[in-house]
Design a protein around this ligand. Structure first.
Ligand code: HQG
Length: 177
């Protein structure tokens, strides 16, 4: 269910006929109705449980729990109204070894998502990289980027976001190919 929620709240709301507002919020009532209509049981208490226990805090309710949205990871254009923030000195990006040559040339690109996703720690980045193949963790000199006027945002679940990481700010792992 969590994966399906990610799909409709980040990428393809039209898959179930869901409306997202410009800030990415879906109406909880509508979401529950539409998912049940597909034959998958979803209740409000179950949705509450998913939001509360999701390992990466992928979803968030508004104050009165009438709306829900994904905290990050969107490929559709939404305005999360994230505040610009000063990043820590270093952030990490998990990728697969087969992408390294291309990243050396182009830097980190956001691809189909709104932002490049960066993690606070190596362990999280390693898990992200494993999704794509043999993992490689890149160190990103975030503070140096910030000093050079690159913008950083921190999503409500602690994932750091920026639009592009030029290769000169990336420390590549040695001995990996
Ligand atoms: C790679 C998950 C070639 C990039 C995670 C990555 C994250 C390049 C892939 C969030 C490249 C894109 C996002 C370049 C970047 N040449 N490959 N120049 N620049 N890439 O899935 O960062 O579990 O769109 O390294 O935890 O893997 O869904 O991004 O391997 O936070 O909540 O292109 O999604 O969160 O892959 O993952 P993705 P990502 P959830």
């Amino acid at each position: 269910m969590s994966k399906f929620l990610s799909l409709v709240l980040r990428h393809k709301p039209e898959e179930i006929g869901l409306n997202l507002d410009p800030q990415g919020w879906a109406k909880v009532d509508q979401l529950i109705t539409l998912i049940n209509r597909r034959g998958t049981e979803l209740t409000f208490p179950l949705l509450e449980q998913i939001v509360a226990t999701n390992d990466k805090q992928r979803f968030i309710f508004n104050e009165d729990k009438t709306k829900i949205r994904a905290n990050q990871g969107h490929s559709i254009e939404v305005d999360l109204a994230l505040q610009l923030q000063q990043p820590p000195n270093l952030l990490f990006h998990g990728t697969a070894t087969r992408f390294l040559d291309s990243i050396r040339t182009q830097g980190l690109l956001r691809g189909s998502r709104q932002y490049v996703h960066l993690a606070l720690d190596i362990q999280t980045a390693t898990k992200v990289g494993q999704r794509h193949g043999k993992p490689a963790v890149l160190e990103v000199r975030a503070e140096a980027m910030h000093l050079d006027e690159h913008q950083f945002f921190c999503a409500d679940n602690g994932v750091w976001l920026t639009e592009h990481v030029p290769s000169k700010y990336i420390e590549f792992p040695t001995g990996i190919s």
